[in-house]
Design a protein around this ligand. Structure first.
Ligand code: GDP
Ligand code: MG
Length: 208
């Protein structure tokens, strides 16, 4: 049986690990080409700074298709979801589109692949800003500050709600991605993958 001294040391180690894990949660933000073009870099970064989150990596990048292809998920679920978003938008707008005729696709997955390619076109259309952010609940807090994916549904006070009015029906009709200014990691797992993709270890600065 471990002695009381051993157990309390184990507990204190566990608490230390948990403390570090909470304080050092990280997330990735990309300011999309529309944010850079509209001169919103400073305004957007200041929102993350003001709430107390720490910027630990920052850079202006002109991404290529290969990098963007690695960035966006390739899972069947994520791609099909993009395709189903498209179908839902048509339904909500009483719009009947023959996707086979219009886009030469047969199902939600193939349509999702097409929307994903519009998204990659858009992300490669100009410079973007990559930001690594650290702090307790960084993933959740950043998503909250960014707001709903669809700008017309995003609450006032969120970045997408305050600075964009784009809507999926216009984006789909114009065969482009929704211009919603920002990408933010959707989960801790996504954040870890994305930070490793966009930053080298040397580019991430640890400071108090
Ligand atoms: P996010 O995590 O809030 O950025 O949203 P998702 O990961 O679900 O989608 C990725 C990006 O694809 C979004 O930020 C939009 O730019 C774009 N997008 C999502 N849904 C649609 C859609 O139905 N139509 C079009 N054209 N673009 C979409
Ligand atoms: Mg996402």
């Amino acid at each position: 049986m471990p002695s009381q001294k051993q157990t309390s040391k184990e507990n204190s180690n566990k608490i230390q690990t948990l403390y570090k894990k909470i304080k050092k949660e990280r997330t990735l933000v990309l300011l999309k080409p529309d944010a850079v073009e509209r001169g919103l870099i400073g305004e957007i970064i200041s929102r993350f700074e003001k709430c107390g989150l720490k910027i630990i990596g920052l850079g202006l990048v002109k991404p290529n298709r290969k990098l963007m292809d690695k960035h966006y998920p390739k899972t069947k679920e994520w791609i099909e979801n993009l395709g189903n978003n498209f179908f839902r938008t048509c339904e909500e707008n009483n719009l009947k589109i023959d996707v086979k005729k219009e886009f030469n696709v047969n199902n939600a997955y193939e349509l999702g692949l097409l929307v994903r390619s519009w998204l990659i076109d858009y992300m490669c259309s100009g410079p973007i800003v990559k930001i690594a952010i650290e702090g307790p609940h960084a993933v959740e807090i950043v998503r909250k500050i960014v707001g709903h994916t669809l700008p017309y549904k995003a609450q006032p006070g969120t970045i997408r709600g305050d600075f964009s009015i784009d809507t999926p029906i216009l984006a789909n009709l114009e065969k482009r991605a929704i211009k919603n200014l920002i990408h933010a990691s959707g989960s801790k797992e996504e954040a870890e993958y994305e930070i490793n993709l966009w930053f080298t270890k040397d580019e991430l600065i640890d400071y108090n």
